[in-house]
Structures are given as structure tokens and as C-alpha cells.
Ligand binder design. Structure first.
Ligand SMILES: Nc1ncnc2c1ncn2[C@@H]1O[C@H](COP(=O)(O)OP(=O)(O)OP(=O)(O)O)[C@@H](O)[C@H]1O
Length: 340
């Protein structure tokens, strides 16, 4: 549905050229929720602005449904932009307009009939759970309710694609959860494809089918969410994944343990979850596995079992044990830092 091929975007500033995006390639398929994660300045906003046609790439192509939108004349761009809804961290509601008008005004600008506007406002306020807030002003709503109105406004244009720019970043954890649930419903029940940018790995964890990780304007890693969680390759991706565990092993303890063998995180996905692999390790090798922490991460589609284990034993034996675990389909990551 969206295909970016070698997209670069450079800004010429007084202090020199800023390379906001360098050779970014990714593909968002119809019906999926695709997340782009990165720290501040990674280039996420520039990327999403290239997709909603607010920014023209310096080089590369952006295809939407097979059409390269970087070369379209203005009137055709407008038609494509109408298929794209957008929600933002700061909601972008008109303060002096009621909830009804916030949703209706863009529709009036698109020459939608009054009868159709009434129908759509009613329908989408119901979907976001705010049918009783027609006449409220944004100042009378909580942050979560404001985002729901913004979502209803985006949906009322009946887009094929919803772009979300840090839509939950200004919300508390509980409200974030409820907005993520709503985005899932929109994706699953209305069939709307969602491309979101975020700096929060829990957003990726809860709702994304696939994810791209960005750093310094480049995509450093991308894949299915389950693969990224179970088997991150790049150190920045590992930092994002490890940050979701919310627990820390004191560095001094980690150092002490590592003197008697590696501390590893084992991730179990699919078939590997049912195997008694640690019992097999202690039987087959001169290694004593000692479980330090464990938990289950619920992703959108799958669960990942995670165990942090100290493999007590000599170097050669622990290496063999790790190779055995990997053969059994378990992802093994040696812990060098304190997050578990
Ligand atoms: N219009 C612009 N002119 C000059 N530099 C820009 C412009 N827009 C973005 N940049 C620069 O491009 C880089 C990427 O910025 P971008 O806003 O895309 O990152 P981001 O990942 O969205 O970060 P944040 O989450 O902080 O918004 C930054 O160095 C930023 O300063």
C-alpha cells in the first residue's frame, strides 16, 4: 500500500545540510499496523511527512497504491491526500469549535452533504465512544477524549490509511492503553491500514504487526514485531526491547554472576515454548541453569516467553549449552548490561 524506496531528505540550513533521511526503504502492506520507532531526531516525523505529502523527498520514491506521489501534480495530490487520515500528539483540535464542528468542518470543506456529515459524525463518535459529547468544547474534554475526537475526525474522511504521529505520547499509561485498543479496533473492524511513529516500544508491542527502527535518518532494522522482540540485532533495537521489561539486574550482581558463566535472556516463541530445554541443558552439559527472572510479553498476535538465566559452568560447556538452546529454536541473548 505504501512503498518507500531509497528515500532521502536533506534540509539546507544556515549551518549546513541536515540529512534527516538517508536511503530509507520500507513497505507497509494493506491492512497492517506498521510502526516506526526511534529516539528524538531519528527522522520519524520527516518520514511521515514524506508519506502524507507535506514534504517532497530529495531523492527516492514514495508510492501509495502503486502511484509514485513524488511526481504528481497538485490536484492529483489532493485526491490522494483525502485517502490519508492523520492524528497527532497534540490533537490539533479547534478550541473554539464543538466536537461536532471539529469533525464536520473538514467534511464541509470537502463538499460533503449536510445529511452525510450528520451521518458520519454520529457513526464515528459512536465508534470512538463519545456519542454524548457532540456539543462539548475541547476544553471540556480529557486528553484521551480529545484524541478520540481527533480520531473520529480522521475517520470521518473515510481514509484508507491512518497516519499516527506520536498519538499517545501526551497521555498517561491507562489512557494510552485505551487509545491503542481503539486503534486496534479501527484496524481490525474498519480495515484501515495504520502507519504510526513513536518513541515508545510498548506501542509497538501492543499493536504493531511489523516495525522499522530508525537512527540518524536511517532504518537500522526492520521486521515482524515478534522477531524484533525475540531476536533484536542492533544495539539500539536491543535498548528499546530491553526497556519494556521494566526491571533491572544490579550491574554489580551481573558482574559477579558473569564470573561463573554467562547471564542470558532466553526468548521462547511458538513451538519452542513447550520444550523442557533447561532440564535438558543440565542433563547434557556440565552447566547449571539458574533462573533469575521470567515473564511473558503479549504482542498483538503472539506471546513471547522470556527467561533470564545464569548458565553456571565453564566456558566451553556454556558455549555448547547455548548452541544447543539455539538448535531448539530458543533465541539467546547474552546480557552485558543490567536490564532483564
Ligand atoms: N524543516 C527542517 N529544517 C531543518 N532541519 C530539519 C527540518 N525538519 C527536521 N529537521 C532535522 O532533521 C532531523 C530529523 O528530525 P525529525 O523531526 O524528522 O526527527 P524525529 O525522529 O521525528 O524527532 P522528534 O521525535 O524529536 O520529532 C533532525 O536533526 C531535525 O533537526
Amino acid at each position: 500500500m505504501i512503498k518507500l524506496t531509497n528515500v532521502s531528505k536533506h534540509f539546507h540550513t544556515r549551518t549546513g545540510i541536515v540529512r534527516a533521511l538517508t536511503n530509507v526503504s520500507l513497505e507497509v502492506q494493506k491492512g497492517e499496523i506498521f510502526g516506526v520507532i526511534g529516539y528524538s531526531g531519528a527522522g520519524k516525523s520527516t518520514l511521515i511527512r514524506c508519506v502524507n505529502l507535506l514534504e517532497t523527498p530529495t531523492s527516492g520514491t514514495v508510492e501509495i497504491n502503486g502511484t509514485d506521489v513524488t511526481r504528481l501534480p497538485k490536484h492529483e495530490l489532493l485526491a490522494i491526500r483525502r485517502k490519508i487520515g492523520m492524528i497527532f500528539q497534540g490533537f490539533h483540535l479547534l478550541k473554539t469549535a464543538t466536537v461536532y464542528d471539529n469533525i464536520a468542518i473538514p467534511l464541509r470543506l470537502m463538499d460533503v452533504s449536510q445529511q452525510e456529515i450528520d451521518k458520519r459524525v454520529g457513526k464515528y463518535l459512536r465508534i470512538v465512544g463519545l456519542e454524548d459529547k457532540h456539543d462539548a468544547y475541547p476544553s471540556q474534554l480529557s486528553g484521551g477524549q480529545k484524541q478520540r475526537v481527533a480520531i473520529a475526525r480522521a475517520l470521518a474522511q473515510e481514509p484508507e490509511l491512518l497516519l499516527s504521529d506520536e498519538a499517545t505520547s501526551a497521555l498517561d499509561p491507562e489512557t494510552t492503553e485505551s487509545i491503542l485498543e481503539l486503534l486496534l479496533t479501527i484496524n481490525q473492524e474498519l480495515g484501515i491500514t495504520i502507519l504510526l511513529i513513536t518513541h515508545e516500544m510498548n506501542v509497538i508491542q501492543k499493536i504493531c504487526d511489523r516495525v522499522a527502527v530508525m537512527e540518524k535518518g536511517e532504518v537500522i532494522e526492520q521486521g515482524r514485531t515478534v522477531d524484533i522482540f525475540a531476536n533484536a540485532r542492533h544495539s539500539t533495537t536491543k535498548r528499546f526491547v530491553n526497556g519494556t521489561y521494566h526491571r533491572e539486574l544490579p550491574p554489580s550482581l551481573l558482574r559477579e554472576l558473569r564470573e561463573n558463566g554467562p547471564v542470558v535472556r532466553l526468548s521462547f516463541v511458538g513451538e519452542s515454548t513447550g520444550k523442557p530445554v533447561l532440564a535438558a541443558v543440565s542433563r547434557q552439559f556440565d552447566v547449571s541453569p539458574n533462573i533469575l527472572a521470567g515473564g511473558i510479553i503479549q504482542l498483538k498476535q503472539e506471546k513471547i516467553g522470556s527467561l533470564v538465566v545464569h548458565l553456571q559452568g565453564e566456558g566451553e560447556e556454556t558455549k555448547k549449552a547455548i548452541a544447543f538452546l539455539e538448535q531448539q529454536g530458543v533465541y539467546v541473548e547474552e546480557m552485558e548490561r543490567g536490564h532483564v
